[in-house]
Design a protein around this ligand. Structure first.
Ligand SMILES: [Mg+2]
Length: 290
């Protein structure tokens, strides 16, 4: 089953929480769940990092640890939140000798991102099973005004916080800096936001569906990272961990942030507008990690 279908099933079990669970402000389906709390709503997100799927053996252990923490911190950034604590679990082969080192690195990066490790667990695989290693990181945070995927409005402009594509080169997928500061700075301006983990095409389409709008991206406005082969790579490589957001077209947005398109009426999709005016649906362009 594709990740999207599975996540939709999880979400469908939680749509009728109703009055008895009024503290659940946002359930499955966004970058974080949002739970009512004082003084600010609580954000919760969890993510797997699986060997041979999300990293290969060429990635140094230190960067495996960093990526495990960073991906969840990036989800907190996508809600304009501040991370405050983390929990980590690891599933490791019997006799794995780097567990201490792995947790040392995770603890150090968690502190660096402002969310110290406050607990965790280690389990071992059955004897004779030598992998894969699996890490699960849960990060909690808070946001005075959580930004959802569902807030995009017709007439908004669409922005991205940095150049895209080629993230596997030079281990950039593990070295990304979650865009916490810019998200918090613009929290009162932004209407909808997501972090680009799976690819611009797929992730913009998630905002489009959640907001019931269509997102048009101008091909010649999309910033392509020097590591990326071409525009197709920028649209689909994924693992950029930049933020995509929508905001009023006349909002005051720093120049360093690229304006790449607009929110229009129509069937939810990501539509690439080429310089000659032709349109191409790129809603599936990207990588579903499963
Ligand atoms: Mg995300």
């Amino acid at each position: 089953m594709r990740e999207r279908e599975l996540l939709q099933r999880i979400a469908s079990r939680s749509t009728d929480l109703g009055a008895s669970f009024a503290h659940v402000l946002v359930g499955p389906g966004d970058d974080c769940a949002v739970i009512d709390a004082k003084p600010h709503p609580l954000l919760l997100t969890t993510d797997h990092l699986v060997q041979h799927r999300h990293f290969d053996d060429s990635l140094p252990l230190e960067l495996v640890a960093r990526k495990a923490i960073m991906r969840s911190v990036s989800d907190i950034a996508a809600m304009a939140g501040t991370p405050s604590w983390a929990l980590a679990t690891a599933l490791l082969p019997v006799g794995y000798t780097h567990a201490d080192e792995l947790f040392d690195h995770m603890a150090r990066y968690a502190r660096e991102f402002g969310c110290p490790l406050v607990g965790g667990d280690i389990a071992t695989l059955p004897p004779n099973a030598d992998g894969p290693i699996s890490l699960t990181v849960t990060v909690g945070g808070h946001a005075p005004r959580p930004i959802l995927r569902s807030g995009a409005r017709v007439g908004d402009a669409v922005y991205v916080t940095g150049p895209l594509g080629g993230s596997l080169k030079n281990n950039r997928h593990a070295l990304a800096e979650p865009r916490l500061a810019i998200a918090q700075q613009l929290a009162n301006t932004i209407h909808a936001m997501i972090d680009l983990s799976d690819g611009l095409g797929i992730d913009a389409a998630r905002v489009a569906r959640a907001s019931n709008v269509r997102i048009e991206l101008d091909a010649d406005a999309i910033p392509i990272h020097p590591d990326a082969k071409d525009l197709e790579a920028a649209l689909g490589d994924g693992e950029d961990y930049e933020l995509l957001f929508t905001a009023p077209a006349d909002a005051n947005i720093p120049d360093a942030i690229a304006r790449i398109g607009r929110v229009v009426e129509g069937k939810p999709a990501t539509i690439l507008v080429l310089p000659d005016g032709t349109h191409r649906d790129v809603s599936a362009q990207g990588f579903e990690h499963g």
